[in-house]
Design a protein around this ligand. Sequence first.
Ligand code: MG
Length: 253
Amino acid sequence: MIATTPEQIKALRAAGKILAGVLKDVAALCKEGVTTAELDLSCEHMVRARGAVPAFLNYQPDGASYPFPASLCVALNDEVVHGIPNEKKILRKGDLLTLDAGLSYQGYFVDAARTLCIGECDQQAHKLISATKEALQAAIVVARAGARTGDIGAVVAGIARKYNLGVVKDLGGHGVGSSVHEKPFIANEGRRGEGERIVAGMVLAIEPMLAEGKGDIILDEDEWTYRMRDGKRAAHFEDTVLITESGAEILTA
Ligand code: MG
C-alpha cells in the first residue's frame, strides 16, 4: 500500500510495534526441547492478546492447495521459509531457527522475521546470521523514495558475495500494509537502477535470505515449506518499513 494519511501511518506504526514485541517474546521461548507447535500457539496468543490478528493463519494465496495452518512460520536449518510448526518438530541445541510472522492491526498488515541459534551455534551459523542481518540493514539504507527495487537486490547480493554466501533464489520481499503480499516483488538479487520505482508512503517488507550453499530451493511435499536443495542452511531477516522522502522508517524494529 501507499500510506498517505496520518491515521494510516499511526496504525502501521502500532502494528509494527506489536509484531516486533511478539517476535522478541517468542524468541525468548526458543530453547532446546520446545516444540515448534508450542511456539506457534504462544505466538497466536500474544498477537491476539495485543489486539491484533495473525495474518498467516488460514492464508491461502493463489496456487496454494490448502491454507497455511499456523500463525507462525518456522524454518529450521536447511528450511528457508513457510515451515509449518509441528508437535514433532522439536528444537535441538545448535539448530538455526527462523521465526517469521505477520499480523494485522486495525486492518493494517506488517510482516517480519528473525533467525536465531538454539543454545550454541557453530561459527558458520554466526557468520550466516550476521551477514544476513547486515544485508537487511544495508537494504534498508538504500530503500528510499526515488530508488528502484533493483537497488535493494544489488545491495543484498553484494553483501552475500562479500561473505562468500549464496542468495536464496526466487524468494524475496514485497509490498505489504493492506494485505499480506502486495506488489512490488523485491528480489534479493538485482541491478542498481532497475526494477520498480520506490515512492514515498510505500509500505515494504524487505527480507534478505542468505545461504551457506548456492541458493537453489525446493518445495517440500507439504506444499508450503521451502528448503535448500543442497541441504545447507539459510538465514532470513525481515522488517516492514515505511518509505519516506529521506529514507525508510523501520516499523517492526
Ligand atoms: Mg514477508
